[in-house]
Design a protein around this ligand. Structure first.
Ligand code: TRP
Length: 328
């Protein structure tokens, strides 16, 4: 049996090349090998303050970005989470078997709620990992590609599935992370930190225009705060970008130049820009075509939602029977 993959991405604004190299590009490969479900998790986006009027646009932009990057609706099921409301019902059923202690000990919860009074922390932030578990388990997915930052959430998913199986009988498969080696892309202007949409000037958006991409790479920090014996983080980041965008041979050459002390950062940056643009130019073009045909885009997402919902409904029915919610 082919394994089933599920992963989610939040519609919270800018998608940058760190997100692309860390997750999306990987999904594009996975859709060829697995039965894949990729979900725009709008319910998750409600756990932090957001602008309701802007959310639908964020969702469509993300849908267009994913399609432009190469997700193919013929090969995977791409859909919007709230088009399958069954996710929330399963969340409730799982909430009832999840210990509060375990939720409150989650690293991400602690980080995000730090310094806030309990009365101002939404319960959604606390329960978010249960929603994530429900996303995965409602499809009985067994493989979940995620970044390192989500491993604790996956462990919780496994615990919840195990507890459910113990209480109500074997229902969910063992969930496993799918950790593919991807480059960790650092902030261009502060290469000790991870590239992030919350650090202005740190990122290149996936659909950014060519001139702006060239400018940001030209300005990328190369040699601050370096230990003289190791490659400075900004330079290492440029090497990583070059390799991630298909310039492995050039990167090997620049690494030699670095060792020899003959490297010219302007040449390195030029090479990074060329390789990056070769990959991003077509993505940007497709993005603009897709987003211009809003109705077509909505149709693709709606179709994905229907396909996902058919499976979610079936599985939820079985789950409802097990917990005693189906009356004859
Ligand atoms: N929590 C994930 C993130 O912030 C997104 C997500 C939601 C997810 N549901 C998921 C990832 C299910 C994998 C599987 O990145």
């Amino acid at each position: 049996m082919t394994e089933r993959v599920f992963s989610g991405i939040q519609p919270t604004g800018v998608v940058h090349i760190g997100n692309y190299l860390g997750a999306i590009k990987n999904w594009v490969n996975l859709q060829n090998e697995y039965e894949s479900f990729f979900c725009i998790v709008d319910y998750h986006a409600l756990t932090v303050p957001y602008e309701p009027k802007e959310l639908p646009e964020r969702v469509l932009e993300l849908g267009a970005t994913l399609l432009a990057s190469g997700l193919d609706p013929e090969k995977c099921t791409l859909f919007v989470q709230s088009d399958v409301p069954e996710h929330t019902e399963l969340t409730w059923l799982l909430t009832c078997i999840t210990p509060v202690g375990q939720l409150s000990r989650m690293t991400q919860f602690k980080d995000k709620s730090q310094g806030q009074a309990a009365d101002s922390i939404g319960a959604g932030l606390l329960c978010y990992p249960i929603l994530m578990a429900a996303d995965i388990l409602i499809y009985k997915a067994n493989r979940v590609p995620v970044g390192e930052d989500q491993t604790q959430h996956l462990e919780l998913t496994r615990d919840i599935a195990r507890r459910f199986n113990n209480i109500y009988g074997e229902t969910f498969p063992e969930v496993q992370g799918l950790f593919t080696k991807t480059a960790r892309i650092m902030a261009l202007n502060d290469p000790e930190k991870k590239m992030s949409k919350s650090i202005p000037g740190s990122y290149i958006a996936l659909t950014e225009d060519e001139a702006s991409i060239r400018k940001k790479i030209r300005r990328a920090v190369t040699a601050t705060g370096a230990d003289p014996n190791t490659i400075p983080p900004g330079v290492a980041n440029l090497f990583a970008l070059l390799e991630a965008f298909g310039g492995e041979e050039d990167a090997a050459r620049f690494r030699e130049d670095y060792q020899a002390g003959t490297i010219r950062y302007s040449d390195l940056k030029e090479a990074v820009a060329e390789h990056m643009l070769a990959e991003l130019n077509p993505i940007r073009q497709r993005y603009h075509e897709i987003i211009a045909d809003r109705e077509g885009l909505k149709k693709i997402l709606a179709r994905g939602g229907e396909a996902a919902r058919t499976i979610a409904r079936q599985n939820l029915h079985e789950i409802r029977e097990k917990v005693g919610l189906v009356y004859q």
